[in-house]
Design a protein around this ligand. Structure first.
Ligand SMILES: Cc1ncc(COP(=O)(O)O)c(C=O)c1O
Length: 458
């Protein structure tokens, strides 16, 4: 039975029954969607310029992905592919397509070739945060192996009644991350995140993290370098610094686009001078979001690993880490696995989704549409003093406000008028629409945004 309910009634149930710590009670209760348009429980349509926070680079219900899902579900909806892999033939359109972990890995290896021009391997996970945790785990294992550590060396730890990792040399590592970084809400991903103070609730880890200023334009590179040296010296006394985890363009922290030259120089320095592993978190920036398949390509950065999720599987739960296979030998049996890794439906969706991004050239489209939107937003900003900055790359755009109050009023008004956007950073509105968005839809969205600015003035 499907009982009729108003939005208000539904939200009340959410509050009563579910942990709702990030639910946007000014936003929609989604009943479906097509392209860049979502449908709200109150019967209205909305333009989704949050793109479900970069989950939906190919939009709501992309035909190819939906067909692949239907076909795959009829053949194999689940299995523990980490133990018993699958290989299934389905037709997507008129094309017979292989759905398997290998077929997806081949695509991921190919599309990361520009950012990682060397031999690579793919390891699957279920989400962004778990993929970040996996990447840090690989960095730790690799470091220990380089020190000659073998499984038998863990025997003494295995036999302890009480194990305190922070007291054991083989469990202690330091990482570097950038200020305002966001990498997820579990384990190391949580520990490495500093985008908001409240994210620090329940943070714990056996490691230390050193936080570097993000090399945004105007932040002196030499100052960051000095800070890095200082932090590394301090951290090394606590535990060896093994990796830097970074978003090439920061999302949750406020859509912060780096000075590409400074970022590249800093990363090269850390890698060459301190042998620090470079882990690019492209969970939000990947799959064409910034106008390149992966944002690292903009800056000529060659990371040792790329973490991906969100739009990898057109928003289905899947994550992956693409690693430099020359630097990181394969994991040993039993080192890493998971029941839900590379679920057949998520893999079918990912294959159809990547093929669609390539076929429709959505990466270039993101660059073109992003430049158009940014230009218009910069024009709009000229007439609104409450906006202090407009920045972005491709269809990853941030509009910074003078005050949180003004930002919040504008965001609320946008939603009332049928434009879904997401807040991020301290005082920023984020626009990350699906890459299939049309110029007409951008114009419509920015007209709504402009009107919301007017209506929200004090
Ligand atoms: C850059 C980045 N890394 C990691 C994550 C965590 O991904 P998930 O929510 O799938 O755990 C996010 C989520 O927004 C993200 O933006």
């Amino acid at each position: 039975m499907f009982k009729k309910m108003t939005k208000k009634e539904y939200f009340a149930k959410e509050k009563e029954l579910i942990g709702t710590s990030t639910v946007d009670f000014d936003g929609p209760v989604i009943t479906g969607g097509k392209g860049a348009i979502g449908y709200d429980l109150d019967g209205k349509e909305f333009l989704d310029f949050a793109g479900q926070i970069s989950l939906l680079n190919t939009g709501y219900a992309p035909e190819e992905v939906v067909n692949a899902l239907k076909k795959m579900a009829a053949k194999l909806h689940s299995c523990i592919s980490a133990d018993w892999p699958y290989r299934v033939e389905i037709s997507i359109g008129r094309k017979k397509t292989e759905v398997s972990r290998v077929a997806l890995a081949e695509r991921l290896i190919k599309i990361t070739d520009k950012a990682m021009p060397f031999k690579k391997r793919v390891i699957f996970e279920v989400s962004g945060a778990t993929a970040v945790n996996l990447a840090t785990k690989i960095a730790k294992i690799s470091y220990l192996r380089s020190r000659g550590m073998k499984t038998e060396n863990f025997q003494s730890l295995f036999e302890k009644d009480i194990l305190i990792p922070s007291e054991e040399d083989c469990c202690r590592f330091s990482f570097l991350a950038f200020e305002k970084a966001f990498h997820g809400r579990h384990g190391e991903a949580h520990f490495l995140s500093t985008s908001k103070t409240k994210h620090l609730w329940a943070v714990s880890s056996s490691c230390a993290v050193g936080r570097l200023p993000f090399p945004a334009p105007g932040i002196g590179y030499i100052g960051i370098l000095k800070k890095a040296e200082d932090l590394i010296a301090k951290l090394d006394k606590i535990a060896p610094v093994i990796a830097l985890v970074f978003e090439p363009v920061q999302g949750e922290g406020g859509i912060n686009v780096p000075d590409g030259k400074a970022l590249k120089a800093l990363l090269n320095y850390l890698k060459i001078r301190h042998n620090i592993c470079l882990i690019a978190d492209e969970v939000q920036t990947g799959f064409g979001r910034t106008g390149k398949m992966f944002a690292c390509e903009h800056f000529g950065i060659e990371p040792d690993m790329i973490i991906m999720s969100k739009s990898l599987g057109a928003g289905l739960p899947i994550g992956a880490v693409v690693v430099n296979a020359e630097k990181f030998p394969d994991l040993e049996p039993g080192m890493h696995s998971g029941s839900m890794h590379a679920n057949p439906l998520a893999v079918a969706a990912a294959i159809a989704n990547i093929d669609l991004i390539l076929k429709k050239n959505l990466v270039d489209r993101s660059l073109y549409c992003g430049e158009y939107a940014l230009r218009r937003l910069k024009e709009i900003a000229k007439f609104h003093q409450g906006i202090t900055d407009v920045r972005g790359l491709g269809l990853m755009i941030g509009i910074e406000f003078e005050t949180v109050e003004y930002r919040d009023r504008v965001a609320k008004k946008c939603k009332e008028k049928g434009l879904l956007i997401a807040n991020c950073g301290e005082k920023v509105i984020r626009m990350t629409p699906p890459l299939i968005v049309t110029i007409d839809e951008i114009d419509k969205a920015l007209d709504i945004f402009e009107k919301a600015l007017e209506d929200s003035k004090n």
